[in-house]
Every structure is written in C-alpha cells, then in structure tokens.
Design a protein around this ligand. Structure first.
Ligand SMILES: [Zn+2]
Length: 382
C-alpha cells in the first residue's frame, strides 16, 4: 500500500494522527478550535449514500425490478423422441424433441415464466422451406405438445425461412425455379441470389397461419422483410385469426452476436450474408423508421435484437412508442460471452447476468428473451 495522502502513507494514518492534524489545522484557521472533525464548509446537505446504507433502504429506492414475468424462454425443437442435443457454443442450451420441449416449458411455467419462443429445425431443407408451413412440421408438433402439457404457457413462434431453406437465407432468392441457380431468375434486373421481398411475404403469411392453426398464441416475424407485419396481419385476419398478436422483430441488426444461434438453429446462410435486410449496426435513427412502419402495419409488440450493444436503440424506441410493449433479445453471443467467462472463473455468472438483464430493462424493455431465463427466474426467487 503506497497510496499517499498529503505526503503521508495511508497505512500510517491513525485516528490520533487525524485528530492531531485536524486540531493543528483548526488552530491555524481560528482561535476557537473544535475538538472533532467538522463537516467541510460548503458540503451539500444532499447525501445520496444515505439511501444506500442497508439492503432494505436500497430495495425501497430501487427503480428497476426484474421479474420472472418479464422473461421469454427460447427453445430449439427437433424431430425425434427423447432427443436432447446440447449446443457446444451455448452451454446449458440443447435442441429438444417436442415432448422434451414441453417438459422445458413446464419447468419455465413452474418458475412463473409466461412465454416460450420456438425455433424449428426441420427434417429436410429445400429452396422454399416447405416444412415451415406443413401441418406436421416440427414447430407445429411442438406447439401442440406444449399446449397439451402447459395450456397457460404463451407459445410464441419465430416466423422466418432461414432454418428451413437449403440456402439458409431468410427468404426466397432471385434464382431459377429449382433454387440451384439454373433456369431464368424471376427478376432480371436484380442480382442472382438477392433475397426477394414480396415473394417472401406470401410464404411468411403461410407460415404464420400454419403456426396459428397449430395453436400458437403469438407469431414473431424475424426476417426484416419490408411489409412482413402487414402481410402476416392480412393473412391471419383473412382466416379468422385476428386475435393472434404479432411480435415484430422491428429492429434487428446484422450482428456478429448471432454466431452461437446459428449452431443452435442450423440456419447459417450457405453464401453471402444478411446485410441486405438486417440493419447496419451503425444506425439508430433508421431504427425509428423501421419501428414506425411496424406500428403502422399493426405490430402488437416491437422488438430490438440484439440487446446489449443496442441499449440506446431500446431506449429510443421506448421513448418514441411508450404505448407499445417492447421486447429485447438477449442473444446467443451475449449468453455465450458470460458463460465462457464464467467457466474460466473470470466473471460471476449470476451477478453479471442479473446486471445485464436489469440494464436491458432499465433501458426500456418490457420483455427480455433470454437463454438465461430459467436461471434468472431461479435467482430472483432465491
Ligand atoms: Zn431468418
């Protein structure tokens, strides 16, 4: 300890030395020297530390309360019986068969988590992703299994094409009919392989409808396709599903934080990237434009994804749309970073995770989609 205070080593300061030097200083300033240490002249009467002294005081003035019913638990579902395939880059997360997913949903319900979000890994992939809207598709089976086991659980389904298409893109591509690049591409003025917008909307409508028929409570389009909310709303309404809310991935960035998710959902693009539809991480004003469109199109929830590097964007949406329920996706890379550091003993998983999710809520999110949901709900009870 070599810290110095006025030329004296901290370790040398003792109460009698303080009072001796205080007395000396006082007698230099005035004849009438007090015997104890006085409050420095001009110090503020407002002392924020007064409200931090005990745990009860801190609880009384806590501004942000994280709760289990803020959480949404994502699940990856696969075909088969008794399947539980761990994902190496996401310790504690596994691809689950439908009945295992139902068991995981029951565990979430026991912890007062109100909702799960389903991602499907199909048996086979093709250029369109036919299983995505098949009555017997994996997500459709998992919805039924979960609703049977835990009827009160809100089942949200991801509505996108990337896990189902053989090219791994979120929509139909400007390619020949086979999707393999042979034959004439539908739009001669657009480059080969460009992800088509309006053709994709029709497929997304079919996917959402299929999920609603299977019993989904909320559909969540995630592809950042222009007009996706309006397309889903129109299709659902036309088939007597006007009561099904849409949780729109309104602001989704082309982020490096999705790396582990792509292992989990097996939906990495086979070529190219997603920068022609997902947003540039540098843009925040554009996020307001995206959100405005989704609000106009009838989105019931807005979402920002990822969360941690975009807390300012969460805050901007919260401020611009105070009336809209706002979700934030605490994505796979955010989860994996904490898990990896905790495994090394470099960070305390519990405190860092709770701090992270509290920060996301403080920024303005009402709901947080997190792979840590079960742990967080347990920690909040402890
Ligand atoms: Zn996608």
């Amino acid at each position: 300890m070599d810290a110095m205070v006025s030329g004296v080593h901290i370790t040398e300061i003792t109460p009698d030395k303080i009072s001796a030097s205080q007395t000396a200083a006082d007698s230099r300033m005035a004849g009438d020297a007090p015997s104890s240490i006085q409050r420095t002249a001009g110090a503020s009467p407002i002392r924020p530390r007064r409200l931090r002294r005990t745990p009860a005081l801190r609880a009384m003035v806590r501004e942000t309360q994280l709760a289990a019913d803020d959480l949404i638990y994502p699940l990856f579902v696969v075909h088969g019986q008794g399947a539980e395939r761990p994902i190496a880059s996401m310790p504690g997360v596994a691809q689950l068969s439908a009945e295992r997913a139902a068991r995981a949903a029951a565990a979430a319900a026991d912890l007062s988590i109100p909702a799960v979000l389903l991602f499907g890994i199909p048996a086979a992939k093709d250029p369109v992703g036919l299983e995505n809207f098949a009555a017997g598709g994996i997500v459709q089976q998992a919805i039924a299994a979960i609703k049977r086991a835990v009827p009160e659980m809100m089942v949200i389904t991801d509505v996108c094409l990337c896990e189902y298409t053989d090219h791994g893109h979120c929509g139909l591509l400007n390619q020949g009919a086979s999707g393999q690049g042979n034959g004439a591409r539908p739009h001669a003025h657009l480059e080969e392989g460009y992800m088509l917008n309006d053709e994709t909307l029709a497929v997304l409508g079919e996917v959402a409808l299929s999920h609603a028929r299977a019993g989904a409570d909320i559909v969540a389009p995630s592809g950042m396709i222009d007009g996706m909310v309006a397309a889903l709303r129109a299709t659902l309404d036309a088939h007597d599903f006007s009561h099904i809310p849409i949780m729109s991935y309104a602001v989704k960035y082309a982020s490096g934080f999705y790396g582990p998710f792509r292992d989990a959902a097996e939906g990495a693009p086979k070529f190219g990237d997603r920068k022609t539809h997902q947003m540039d991480p540098a843009n925040a004003r554009e996020a307001l434009r995206e959100a405005a469109l989704d609000v106009q199109e009838g989105a019931d929830f807005l979402m920002v994804k990822p969360a941690l590097a975009y807390l300012d964007v969460i805050h901007r949406l919260r401020t611009a749309y105070p009336e809209a329920p706002l979700a934030a996706y605490n994505v796979s890379g955010e989860y994996a970073m904490i898990k990896a550091a905790a495994a090394q003993g470099w960070l305390d998983e519990r405190s860092v995770t709770l701090e992270t999710l509290t920060g996301i809520k403080r920024a303005g999110a009402d709901l947080i989609i997190s792979y840590h949901a079960l742990d967080v709900a347990r920690w909040l009870r402890a």
